[in-house]
Design a protein around this ligand. Sequence first.
Ligand SMILES: *Cc1c(COP(=O)(O)O)cnc(C)c1O
Length: 505
Amino acid sequence: MNTVSGNRGLLQAENLIFEIGAETRTGVDLPAPKGRADRLGGLKRTAPLPLPGLSEPEAVRHYVRLSQKNYAIDLGFFPLGSCTMKHNPRLNEKMARLEGFADLHPLQPVQTVQGALMLMEELSRWLITLTGMQAVALSPKAGAHGEACGMLAIKAAIVARGEGETRKRVLVPSSAHGTNPATAAACGFIVDEIKGDADGRVDLADVTEQLGPDVAAIMMTNPNTCGLFEPDIRRIADMVHAAGGYFYCDGANYNAIVGRVRPGDLGVDAMHINLHKTFSTPHGGGGPGAGPTVLSAALAPFAPVPYLVRDGETLHLVETENSADGEAQPFGRMCAFHGQMGMYVRALTYMLSHGADGLRQVAEDAVLNANYLLARLKGHFGAPFGDRPCMHEVLLDDSTLKPHGVETIDLAKALIDEGYHPMTTYFPLVVHGALLIEPTETESKAELDRFADVLIALAERAKTDAAHFKSAPHLAPMRRLDETRAARQPKLRWRPEEALRAAAE
Ligand SMILES: *Cc1c(COP(=O)(O)O)cnc(C)c1O
């Protein structure tokens, strides 16, 4: 239904700020400065700056309207697979807003920030203990940044062994998250794919065949992106080590095993931890992430600066590579300062408020919730590995919908009409028409039942009414977009001439 105003009910339509603002408008009204000579040496602008001026109420409405277009974990269930979209406890936020943490400046003298450094030390201790590793680099600012940190540590270790020219290959399973091969390539490695077997796991025979003196590392995710625990992981780690390589584990799925399995016991050499997934700090548009990277004894000496050292009662940060002592041979630095302080406060608050037993229960409940959804949904959708329990994610596909002319994308769009953010679609790539759902431990049984009821009803409707799905979403402000064109010809800059031309057409 089209409205005259473009608004839908109380949801306000909103144009770009360049379309609603104008150079001639402003929220402040100051008299022109008088009695001062121009000190710009002839560099004074002759034309006004083309910025879209708005009055204060217009500016407020613009941003509030935009904010209401967001779907958020605080608004409803967010079933994205692999992303661990769990509730962000409000206690975390309260602690992060304490002045002693929130108002720090990264260039403050170190004796004035001892409390913050103690918090970083305590967080490091928890991360090292939970993972059974030797050291942690706190500074990476996201999972992908943590991958880069781990792979650069591996590279430094290989160069230190004098094998920098010969060990160039990194093995990555076909089911891997796209960041894994991208990171390896960005760090200068050659990426070779390892096959998956029919059971959705890494093909052991293929690993054996591909390992050799030119392999720097294997990058694996455990539990993997099919939502399954890799049962041969310890054997694979041993094989990689025997061949002289290192084992990078993508720790994005750590939520499924936190408190239950220590990656160090599995032979992992480096693993990033997405604090914004497992440890409940805000995610994506909700806030900056953090990707601390834990390192084994073999890689710990290569950890980047800055890192914390304790000198009796005092903590300080080793800031430069040449001030490193003893065994340390830092490979460099990941970011300007020490990383995301606010995320450290939130993550440690979460750990302390759960305790070791609470964190174990997080993993158990996350797996229980996923298995509950699997049990309810597998009779209604294709479930490629549905003959056995899953870990924290349910992997379904569109094989039962396709005979009726409905595909994964159509189901996802129909789910928007029902008020749900769609699950992850078409990932992992190894499953055709994949639907990957991660409920997390923070959803109640009632919420899971509501979601399952909706999905089951949609699966039934698909049998007789494909047209409904093909034209969905019907109720969203934007209908189906030309996603291929958006990806191939992205418009990254607003140009007034183009906008005028489009309006004329
Ligand atoms: C989220 C995720 C990443 C990347 O983490 P970011 O914090 O988004 O950079 C890597 N691997 C897997 C499996 C993930 O789910």
